[in-house]
Design a protein around this ligand. Sequence first.
Ligand code: ADP
Length: 248
Amino acid sequence: MKVPKKKPKKLIDEKDVRLDGRGLNELRPIKIEIGVLDNADGSAYIEQGKNKILAGVYGPKEAHPKHLSIPDRARLRCRYHMAPFSVDERKSPVPSRRERELSKVIRQALEPAVFVEYYPRTSIDIFIEILQADGGTRCAAITVASLALADAGIPMRSLVAACAAGKIDGRLVLDLMDTEDKEGEADVPLAWMPNSNAITLLQMDGSLTIEEFEQAVNMAMEGCKKIHELQKETLKAKYVAVKEEVEE
Ligand code: ADP
């Protein structure tokens, strides 16, 4: 049987070390793989700390039902879904309000990056499965879904990298895990499109002063830059491997 999580007294110790050993401005360890599903047109998997998230992309394909097709562009659809075993208490497999909201904001964060105008009357479907959740899943989902879109060969203006910053024990920190999210004072998830330097998702939960909000945005942007480097490395590594295979 699982022991319920105890509420920690302090989230940051006197040496500025967080509960999982990170510094204030440190991302959780990230591992990304692409092309992990044979039957999807594109796919990717991310582990960010204890988060484990899989993204599969299907399309572009003829929109169905037809009346949902858009004459001058593809319809991007996104489903963010948490597996029943992804959190401490069993989560009902029925889509919750939160999952519907996240599906929408993730789609909106990714859509500016996709050349949807290249594929009129089609649909591009993104399925995100949260296998294990530990805070910051919307950001990790955007990061991994943008790689699954690229893996599907869908033309994009840019990858999209996402990361949150927030406030815990009165201090600003990067990339909050679940306990920090729940026990902390604020969380600011942000998604960033490097090529046009555009922010495609910006939300805030909790309260911050205007100065703190600006600092949190800058901190999250720096996190996104690091994540974008990892995304590029992952894509390049895959294409180097494919090139070597072809040459052999
Ligand atoms: P995000 O995952 O983007 O930070 P939230 O702030 O809504 O989104 O959720 C924070 C965390 O709360 C999630 O990552 C997950 O660990 C936990 N959580 C979300 N929904 C549930 C749920 N139904 N049951 C238990 N924990 C949940």
